[in-house]
Design a protein around this ligand. Structure first.
Ligand code: NAD
Length: 436
């Protein structure tokens, strides 16, 4: 029994001890009895019962699923290929922005993308290693390779596996052993954690130290993907505010890009926009969204100052944009491929391997960011966002279908942005309809 299991056995909570050991049906019953769910609340977390056994092996104490909307960002041209990108996200403007960014650049060759080998790093932290012990470890490459051949056999068979190692002495005195491993199409977290733990006794024997912990690093600093585009500035001219030219819009985008490099408080929002795209793709494919986020934000601060992950420049005739960041997305392993929704998303993407997926992610992040920055430095982003807000208010007020579209349009035109106004306007609309 794992440490977590022992803790949850002894813990008290709202549910009887052993809740996690119930089957999912019994767990759902206990949940339903404990909380007074409305029928729409209950229905919304009750996915198809055929999925229950899968949910049960994906996470512990499963009781249902959260139906996050899944949309498709279309119109991407990446390295000459048409790509449709599934995105799972709750924020309204994200998919439209991605498609808009894709359409802006597709007429001029679209995105060029690249990806490094899928190298991840497993780490063992050793305490009590003397200078001699460290010296002894420095020569252990052959032994490490040999020791790792078992745990990494499934990766080696596919052309991946152990590549190299290095040592780092931390300010605390702890010695860190970094083992670089090519994980092919997996995230590699489980593989690397197994490898790091299994190699620890050897490292202890050679160094005379003791293992404090062994785990992969999510830095993924050697698993990079990037994308770039270049478009004539006139492409930006359509729909700009009166009096603003394409070259001026491009100049403003480049100026915003400089600010994202020099001001971390702007950079974090700039990067949040990029991750709107990448995290939505990660979730749609059932990749580990937290791993993708953690790696991106650490990379943004790699020179000691947190900076924007994308940059833009213009010479007055063309606008160029570029992004490069760690993208640890898998096309196999974990919940990827296991969950049918993940398989469906990969199918829409054309079943890319992990490097292909990371290239798509980089292009998506850049498209997302281009659309957001263009909106920010021209009309402002609220104009578009308020349209979505009006649609949500109309829904909350009880309007559906055509009535909801009409109410949202009237709300947006009136500038009202609260539920009582939406409810009052809906009553007016219905009264008008009754009279006509
Ligand atoms: P995994 O344990 O499913 O291992 C991948 C499997 O896929 C291996 O058995 C491998 O042999 C097989 N495989 C088949 N074809 C392959 C190919 N072409 N390339 C590579 N492998 C191939 O998954 P994983 O990637 O080791 O770990 C991912 C899981 O670990 C995720 O669910 C993640 O959330 C979780 N996790 C993450 C962290 C972290 O990021 N810090 C920590 C622990 C666990």
């Amino acid at each position: 029994m794992s440490y977590f299991h022992l803790m949850s056995e002894s813990s008290t909570g709202r549910f009887p001890a052993g809740f996690r050991r119930l089957d999912i049906g019994a767990r759902r019953e206990a949940l339903r009895k404990t909380f007074a769910f409305s029928s729409d609340e209950w229905d919304s977390i009750s996915c198809a019962p055929e999925l229950f056994p899968l949910l049960d092996v994906m996470v512990e104490s499963a009781v249902g699923c959260v139906p996050v909307p899944l949309g498709i960002a279309d119109g991407f041209l990446i390295d000459g290929q048409e790509v449709s990108i599934p995105m799972a996200v709750e924020e309204p403007s994200v998919i439209t922005a991605a498609s808009f960014g894709a359409r802006l650049v597709r007429g001029d060759g679209g995105f060029r993308s690249w990806a490094s080998d899928p190298l991840m790093t497993a780490q063992v932290f050793l305490e009590g290693v003397t200078a001699e012990g460290e010296k002894a470890l420095a020569g252990c490459d052959g032994q490490l390779r040999q020791e790792l051949s078992g745990p990494l056999a499934s990766l080696s068979r596919r052309g991946g596996g152990y590549r190299s190692f290095q040592l780092a002495r931390l300010p605390s005195g702890t010695l860190r052993v970094d083992m670089v491993i090519d994980v092919r199409d997996a995230l590699g977290a489980n593989r690397l954690n197994t490898a790091a733990e299994s190699v620890s006794p050897l490292l202890e024997r050679i160094s005379g130290g003791r293992r404090l912990m062994a785990i992969l690093t999510n830095a993924a600093a050697q698993r990079l993907a990037g994308a770039r585009f270049s478009i004539p500035v006139d492409r930006l001219a359509r729909g700009l505010p009166v009096g603003m030219s394409g070259p001026e819009a491009a100049r403003r985008i480049a100026a915003a890009s400089v600010i994202a490099q020099e001001d971390p408080s702007r950079a974090v929002t700039h990067n949040k926009g990029i991750m709107n795209g990448i995290a939505s793709l990660a979730l749609a494919t059932m990749n580990d969204t937290r791993a993708a986020e953690a790696a991106a934000h650490l990379w943004a601060a790699r020179d000691g100052r947190y900076r924007g992950l994308s940059t833009y420049s213009t010479d007055g005739r063309t606008l160029s944009g570029e992004i490069e960041l760690p993208v640890a997305l898998a096309s196999v392993g974990g919940s990827v491929e296991l969950h049918p929704a993940s398989r469906a998303a990969l199918r829409v993407l054309g079943n890319p391997d992990a490097r292909g997926l990371s290239r798509i992610a980089a292009a998506l992040g850049l498209a997302q960011n281009l659309a957001a920055v263009l909106a920010l430095v021209t009309h402002g982003i609220q104009k578009g966002h308020m349209k979505y807000h009006a649609a949500r208010l109309a829904y909350q007020a009880g309007a559906r279908g055509e009535e909801a579209r009409r109410l949202a349009a009237e709300l947006a035109a009136s500038g009202a942005a609260d539920l009582p106004s939406a409810q009052a306007l809906l009553l007016d609309l219905r009264a008008q309809k009754d009279r006509s």
